[in-house]
Design a protein around this ligand. Structure first.
Ligand code: ADP
Ligand code: MG
Length: 224
């Protein structure tokens, strides 16, 4: 399994009590498997992604990414795991306003010490793969919402992660653009052998995924 959470409990302080956001959650995603997580607002979906992304440490349970148990890893090790093995796509594409689509991707390569000239071929190839050939010189304001989300996805894949975590990628898009983004995620998952977890409200996305899990009050259930 490329991504494995075992018996994960996550709590947040809530006044003089604690709120249980993840209640003994198990999740295993294999290479090339596209998993969707559905469930009501406030049920713990984004918290699940934050734990899987090694951004938050759970109160108990274990998290393993690309064969490495990261549960007790320190800050520096987590940052390295995230950079090298995890692609993260949030709801709103938080692109840097002054950079072209190509440069958004080259910034990611820079984090691993790769020079722009060496990284540019892969960046161009990824922009091509997400349907943005010919638009690599555009800045965010010169792209549509769907195109910005495509840049966001290409950027998440720049360092060739094994795990892709996506939080409600279609919420800012109309139905048709949303469906195209999910189709793209399904193709990228298959073609790159990614272990992908996508949180979604969008039921039309579900025929395109391999596994559907449901989050209810911090408990993850289902499969089909
Ligand atoms: P979802 O993504 O399904 O809407 P979240 O994971 O964002 O759910 O939230 C799950 C629960 O945890 C909610 O009750 C939310 O209010 C709470 N929560 C989320 N983030 C925090 C935080 N940083 N501090 C305290 N409570 C939080
Ligand atoms: Mg959320």
């Amino acid at each position: 399994m490329t991504l494995k959470l075992t018996d994960v409990v996550l709590t947040y302080p809530d006044g003089d009590r604690v709120l249980t956001a993840l209640d003994h959650v198990d999740l295993a995603v294999a290479p090339g498997e596209f998993t969707a997580v559905v469930g009501p607002s406030g049920s713990g979906k984004s918290s699940l992604l934050a734990v899987a992304a090694t951004l938050i440490r759970p109160a108990s349970g274990t998290v393993s990414v690309a064969g490495t148990d990261v549960t007790d890893a320190g800050q520096a090790a987590r940052t390295r795991i995230r950079r090298d093995h995890i692609g993260i796509v949030f709801q709103q594409p938080n692109l840097l306003p002054s950079l072209t689509a190509l440069d958004q991707l080259l910034v990611m390569a820079h984090l691993t010490g790769t020079r722009p000239a060496a990284a540019a071929p892969r960046a161009r190839e990824l922009l091509h793969a997400v349907g943005l050939a010919g638009k690599e010189g555009r800045r965010p304001h010169q792209l549509s919402g769907g195109e910005r989300q495509r840049v966001n996805i290409a950027r998440a894949l720049m360092n060739a992660p094994g795990v892709l975590l996506v939080d409600e990628p279609t919420s800012a898009l109309d139905h048709q653009r949303g469906e195209r983004i999910v189709t793209l995620l399904a193709e990228l998952t298959r073609d790159n052998g990614l272990a992908t977890v996508m949180v979604t409200h969008d039921a039309s996305a579900l025929p395109l995924v391999d596994t559907v899990l449901t989050m209810t009050d911090g408990r993850l259930t289902g499969g089909r």
